[in-house]
Design a protein around this ligand. Structure first.
Ligand code: ADP
Length: 512
């Protein structure tokens, strides 16, 4: 097949080179900003002509304006992706790998612009945004490599005249829906595995952060990704449901991959039943973070700082229920409070020295307020913070609550904010019982210097991922995903690409 646009930028009149906000241009990211969605290799408006604004969560200013698409646009994108699949699935693994490798190189070349774009639309500190781009680019590189390692099998048959072959083939068009907390990495983690396997993609990014997704389309195109292979359909929150429904129920879509809330994940799973699609879901967590008496308390506090306050507490694997054994409880709370006071600096993501950005929107701030109010009304004590930050807008104070109990809603829902809530426990059995007493099971963390305890606890925790004396789990090499209502499937690692392939069993007979 012909690989289009090798190394050549695709300058269409739809591209937005002028930016609505002068601030944006001054921050040097304008070349990757788009005001059109990307379907079939074209920069397109919504069929309805409608648009919506993307806001900077730190300042409330308009970062960009993008098409507000709906079910009709999603249907067009699916059909284009299906057409593209007919030739993309025939490319060799090497051809796909080469395109992904060029995509990786370009994303590395543009890493600073991509990071600035993330800070603009997501609000996270620029240093964290740079970290995300490095992490997200890692999935492009990884899948460029994995593309060449999708091996089938030959299985010894019990019939001497037969041979059993297993082929791994791409599943087809994949519908993807991604969240706003990692606007770059959640896309590369899913889409690059799909492209590597030979699938094509229709992706709906979160309404808060569509610009990073569109920037990636520009780079993928420059890398030589043929038209229709990756398509991005943007919409406001109100239209998300109808686009999701089209993706889940369209007979030409063969797989859904979603990262987001358990609530939406369940809707998508139900809708996907209508066409019996393969589904990968990475849904909410309620991560226990357990500090045993046997722990190195300093290391546990360091782990908490990383695990709890990354992205201002807005990740699905952030410590949600910090559980500390009674022997080290007071010491842990004191040290954590000291470190929080010394190290956490709240402010605009572009300001030097800050490490805590705003929450994504007013809805998120209201949720945190509700959880803190509920906890304090049931006996939690505020050690630090506990209210909206005096910077106003979507800023919330870095907060430490102690005397948490399991009746409080903050132990039952994801906090998704900069609130460390600490409860005391007595025994290992009690800690494990509390940790597992939830319908979800994404990540868990625990700190212990006792080897036998380490093995006992890691085997008993009902989660897909477990940090032992470690507060950060994210890495391309390891499989990412949860158990129970945290979802199904794994992303990244040597297993991630399997979610985008089907195994075909072939029996060849009469070989005497
Ligand atoms: P959050 O509340 O953090 O935004 P969601 O699970 O609601 O988490 O959103 C994650 C992604 O799911 C976003 O891209 C959002 O637009 C999309 N989404 C929200 N509701 C639906 C829905 N009913 N069907 C399909 N996608 C949806």
């Amino acid at each position: 097949m012909v690989l289009l646009n090798l190394g050549l930028p695709h300058f269409d009149k739809g591209r937005l080179l002028l930016v609505t906000s002068w601030k944006m241009a001054s921050r040097g990211v304008s070349s990757l900003i788009h005001d059109k969605a990307y379907v079939d290799g074209q920069w397109v408006s919504a069929i309805s002509g409608k648009t919506f604004e993307v806001l900077n969560p730190s300042t409330g200013s308009v970062v960009g304006v993008v098409p507000d698409m709906n079910a009709d646009d999603a249907d067009v994108a699916v059909k284009k992706a299906y057409q593209a699949f007919q030739s993309w699935k025939e490319t060799t693994a090497k051809e796909r790998s080469d395109i992904l490798r060029r995509f990786y190189d370009l994303s590395c070349q543009h890493k600073d612009e991509l990071a600035k774009l993330i800070t603009e639309e997501n609000g996270k500190p620029l240093s964290a945004a740079k970290g995300e781009v490095a992490y997200g680019n890692g999935f492009i590189e990884w899948n460029a490599e994995e593309a060449k390692r999708v091996y089938g099998d030959i299985i010894p048959s019990s019939v001497s005249s037969n041979r059993i072959l297993l082929l791994k083939q791409p599943v087809g068009v994949c519908g993807m829906i991604t969240p706003w907390n990692f606007p770059h990495a959640m896309i590369t983690r899913k889409a690059c595995a799909a492209l590597a396997a030979g699938c094509t993609v229709v992706l709906k990014p979160a309404e808060d952060t569509p610009l990073s997704a569109l920037a990636l389309c520009e780079l993928a195109e420059k890398a030589g990704c043929p038209k229709g292979v990756i398509n991005v359909v943007t919409s406001c929150r109100e239209n998300a449901a109808q686009i999701g429904k089209v993706l889940c129920e369209h007979p030409l879509v063969k797989k859904i991959s979603f990262t987001g809330s358990t609530y939406v994940g369940k809707i998508l799973l139900q809708q996907s039943a209508s066409t019996v699609k393969k589904v990968s879901l990475e849904l909410g967590g309620n991560a226990p973070f357990i500090v045993f008496d046997s722990a190195d308390v300093d290391a546990a506090v360091t782990g908490t700082m990383l695990c709890k306050f990354r992205c201002s507490g807005q990740t699905c694997v952030c410590a949600n229920r910090i559980m500390v054994q009674e022997g080290v409880y007071d010491e842990y709370v004191k040290r954590l409070a000291d470190r929080m006071k010394q190290e956490l600096v709240v402010g605009d993501g572009f300001t030097d020295g800050i490490n805590q950005g705003p929450l994504i929107n007013e809805r998120a701030v209201q949720k945190v307020e509700r959880l803190v109010k509920d906890a304090t009304s049931k006996g939690a004590q505020i050690v630090l913070g506990g209210k909206r930050h005096d910077k106003g807008g979507n800023f919330y104070e870095s907060t430490l609550l102690k005397n948490i109990s399991t009746e409080m809603t903050c132990t039952q829902e994801e906090i998704f904010g900069p609130v460390a809530s600490v409860m005391k426990f007595k025994t290992e059995e009690e800690a494990i019982e509390i940790a597992n007493a939830t319908s979800v099971g994404l990540a868990a963390y625990f700190y212990s210097q006792d080897l036998t305890q380490v093995f006992r606890v890691m085997e008993k925790l009902e989660v897909g991922m477990c940090g032992v004396n470690e507060g950060i789990l994210s890495t391309v090499q390891a499989p990412w995903g949860g158990v129970k209502e945290s979802g199904m499937g794994r992303e990244g690692s040597k297993y991630g690409i399997d979610d985008y392939t089907e195994i075909k069993y072939v029996c060849i007979g009469g070989l005497q």
